[in-house]
Design a protein around this ligand. Structure first.
Ligand code: GLV
Ligand code: MN
Ligand code: MN
Length: 413
């Protein structure tokens, strides 16, 4: 039996598993389209299930489809939970979320082949609907796990075509029986690519994620008056798309006004009736604003509401601004971060503190258990893009820090 001190994950096996998973929903440009609760997601889940079974884990699926693969400990204590998500954006990459789940699996494979038993059970989780692109909000299942959203509300969430999340769970056979949340977790660890440029640019191997920044999502609906593009004189028009353009411009200015840490994005828009010779009668669009500090995010929120009111008045429109989600800035657990720093240094890695720009399930789980995240670099900081890329050694470094941190935690009484 190898001593846990010298233990390393199998980097080639981890990379091969990442590439195997990436084939499911693989896109011509080298990315992935495995959106939550689609046939592709179900196929990815089936592969993960087979791998976990082959690794001797028992699998429990909760009522929102989140998957928990468990390797027993020598004592029946609350588990170390490790994971992330296997769902992707429509033009997503191969690593966002997937690295965190498959590094967890690789950790279990490594423990199995070296015969190491841990005191506490270790569980690998694949959270349902992290991305939020099909069903908003993002991080939905972990939000229910943390008691922030009710299970009934999550099941009633609908995608753009009106498909209900609860029905899609059943249709794809992903509705488990385990209650969502409500049990003690000793610690939660999530390994993830940075999705930004900081680690790579500074030559860092590992990011110690001190917090996740605050995030607000809205839907804005603008209603004008549909009419003929030919005979309707310019002064008579109530053009919902023209109003949306004014609003989008102002949303961009909000991100710039609170530089350098603020970001603001309109990423989605539906135009009705979307015909080239009809003045648009209705536009629905999404807004995403983020900042690490609560007070600044609140100031940005006030500016979004003011921009919306300005647009209605200036463009003679009606409409609604709907709050979709608010995920406040969350600090991660200091004790866990100290262990991650120590283990990273012991492996000879260069690390730095970093704030997460993206949302992660860890942000929600931090409300019900000590939680921490480990970041690895990502080429040119590109993510939510089919070109998202990492080096195998970056993945291995992160997985080895994850392994050693998990071993320290799993042997705690
Ligand atoms: C999730 O990927 C988010 O940060 O929006
Ligand atoms: Mn992710
Ligand atoms: Mn993502």
């Amino acid at each position: 039996m190898q001593s846990s001190h010298n233990l390393r994950i199998n980097a080639d096996r981890l990379w091969a598993s990442l590439m195997e998973m990436a084939k499911i929903g693989g896109t011509p440009k080298g990315g992935c389209n495995r959106q939550a609760l689609t046939a592709e997601d179900a196929e990815g889940r089936a592969l993960f299930t087979r791998w976990c079974a082959a690794s001797g884990c028992t699998m429990r699926v909760d009522r929102l489809g989140s998957m928990f693969a468990r390797r027993e400990g020598t004592e029946d204590l609350p588990p170390i939970l490790i994971g992330s998500h296997l769902d992707t954006q429509p033009t997503g990459g191969k690593f966002d979320g997937v690295l965190g789940v498959l590094a967890g699996l690789e950790l279990i494979r490594t423990l199995n082949e070296t015969g190491i038993r841990t005191r506490r059970p270790i569980e690998i989780v694949n959270w349902t609907n992290e991305e939020g692109c099909r069903f908003a909000p993002a991080m939905l299942a972990s939000a229910v796990h943390a008691g922030l959203i009710t299970e009934a509300a999550a099941l009633d969430t609908r995608d753009a075509t009106g498909a209900r999340l609860g029905d899609e769970l059943v249709r794809h056979g992903q509705n488990g029986e385990t209650p969502v949340g409500g049990r003690k977790i000793e610690a939660y660890l999530e390994l993830h690519i940075e999705q930004g440029p900081i680690l790579e640019a500074g030559g860092f191997d590992i990011g110690f994620v001190t917090s996740g920044q605050g995030l607000r999502w809205y839907d804005a609906i603008f209603r004008g008056f549909e009419s003929h593009a030919g005979p309707t004189p310019m002064p008579n028009r109530r053009d919902a798309l023209l109003g949306a353009a004014r609003f989008i411009q102002q949303i961009n200015e909000i991100g710039l006004a609170f530089a350098p840490d603020a970001v603001s994005t309109v990423g989605e828009m539906t135009v009705m009736p979307n015909s080239r010779n009809v003045i648009p009668g209705e536009v629905k669009l999404s807004v995403d604003i983020r900042h690490p500090e609560a007070a600044t995010l609140a100031a940005m929120d006030a500016r979004v509401r003011a921009a919306f009111a300005d647009t209605l008045a200036a463009s003679r429109l009606d409409g609604e601004l709907i709050d979709i989600s608010h995920s406040p800035s969350v600090p991660f657990d200091q004790g866990l971060l100290d262990i991650i720093r120590t283990e990273s240094a012991a492996l000879g890695f260069k690390g730095r503190n970093i704030v997460s720009g993206a949302g992660h399930d860890a942000v929600h789980i931090a409300k019900v258990a000590p939680a921490a995240m480990i970041f690895t670099p990502c080429k040119d900081g590109i993510s939510h893009n089919e070109a998202e890329d990492i080096l195998p050694e970056w993945a291995a470094a992160g997985a080895n820090v994850l392994l050693r941190t998990a071993l320290v935690l799993a042997d705690r009484p």
